[in-house]
Design a protein around this ligand. Sequence first.
Ligand code: NDP
Length: 461
Amino acid sequence: MNGEFDERGSLRVVSIDDKLQPILTEVLRRNAGEAEFHQAVREVLESLGRVIAKHPHYLDQALIERICEPERQIIFRVPWHDDKGQIHINRGFRVQFNSALGPYKGGLRFHPSVNVGIIKFLGFEQTFKNALTSLPIGGGKGGSDFDPKGRSETEIMRFCQSFMTELFRHLGEYTDVPAGDIGVGGREIGFMFGQYKRLTNRYEAGVLTGKGLAYGGSRARKEATGYGNTWFVESMLATRGTTFEGKRVVVSGSGNVAIYTMEKVMDLGGKVIACSDSGGYVVDENGIDLGLVKEIKEVRRARISEYARLRGTGAHYIAGGSIWDVPCEVAMPSATQNEITGKDARTLVKNGLVALGEGANMPSTPDAIQIFRSAGVLFAPGKAANAGGVATSALEMQQNASRDSWTSEQTQTRLAGIMRSIHDTCAATAEEYGAPGDYVLGANIAGFVKVAEAMNALGVI
Ligand code: NDP
């Protein structure tokens, strides 16, 4: 037994199965100092006790050890000139985590906090997320400690070109297919695709996703992660006979995922009252004006503090602080990892939180997850709830491979179906393993089993 039942009858996982502890100990030893990677591995291993009881061959075949070790890790130098001619050196990463189900697939993050441990945690999560989509994609992640804030368009272009000049040799539509993440949107993907095309002399549209519509991108890709997370939460709410209609919703961040989460929540009748960036958050009791957020973030590329100034009465900006102090019934963290602490979780629960959908990757700390689960909050883990982005990237690859371009309706219909199916798979798996309503357990087990079965069939490679 790797858990105990709480007062509401749901399984609360409290420790790792004795047979899995040595595997975790070895991961911690071998990847010393990589705190986020440790956290991601621990969370998955906490869910696997019941799986190995049912399928002991996963242990005999060392499948768990193999899944925790990336297939390949690439670290490289990225030199570039700024507009004044000064030379800068950044570090580039690509962790090709697992290709049992298809080519490595996962975004590139440009943020000063990036290091190999962060890229490994993201690649590890991505492997299970991609499996949950049921599409033929393996897991990978990459990026750089480059800080795009305050850089001119030409500096961004030179950086992207230098980054791709090294990375291109490791990519290919059947090998490794990156996309965007924090700090990497359509503009950066365009610069990198241009450089890839120039270096290889190949118009290999399927080598990057998140491309612009003008050169092989998919409709609905930029909306996909936010819309997908919202549909996932809608499915969870339906299990309790309720909807977004009239609910107060807080969305952290104001980037790609946050903007399209707000858009879909509003479509479904929810009232978004707060959003943020790394400087602070805005509260607007009249409901966030999404047109204004898009203007500030997508056009002017300015700070969210501008919102309160331009919106006038009814909106205010709080520098620093925690957006999770704002009372809400639904929380949609869409900024970064570990943005919801145990303290934030207690505040959210006290203020009447009903459901939470992780748009960001691993935004809740382990303490926070424990508090949500114990309080009976409907909790959607990122590896399930934010899979809509990568699922639509896989649909972009399908369109590129068939030289086709689907309508927005076609793409959104496919995406909505995929999100419903991920929700139902997680719910059914949690039920099958004796923890009804536990989407963390359901997502971890369903994702793991898919990857492990494929790896087992491919032999010891
Ligand atoms: P963007 O760069 O478009 O937006 C990120 C937002 O989060 C910005 O508002 C940014 O504020 C804020 N933010 C970033 N880092 C921090 C930090 N350390 N502290 C506080 N705020 C921060 O990224 P995305 O919207 O693409 O990604 C957001 C999250 O969603 C990430 O966890 C990403 O891994 C995850 N995700 C993204 C997918 C996608 O399709 N894009 C798919 C699945 C998951 P500021 O501008 O001030 O830095």
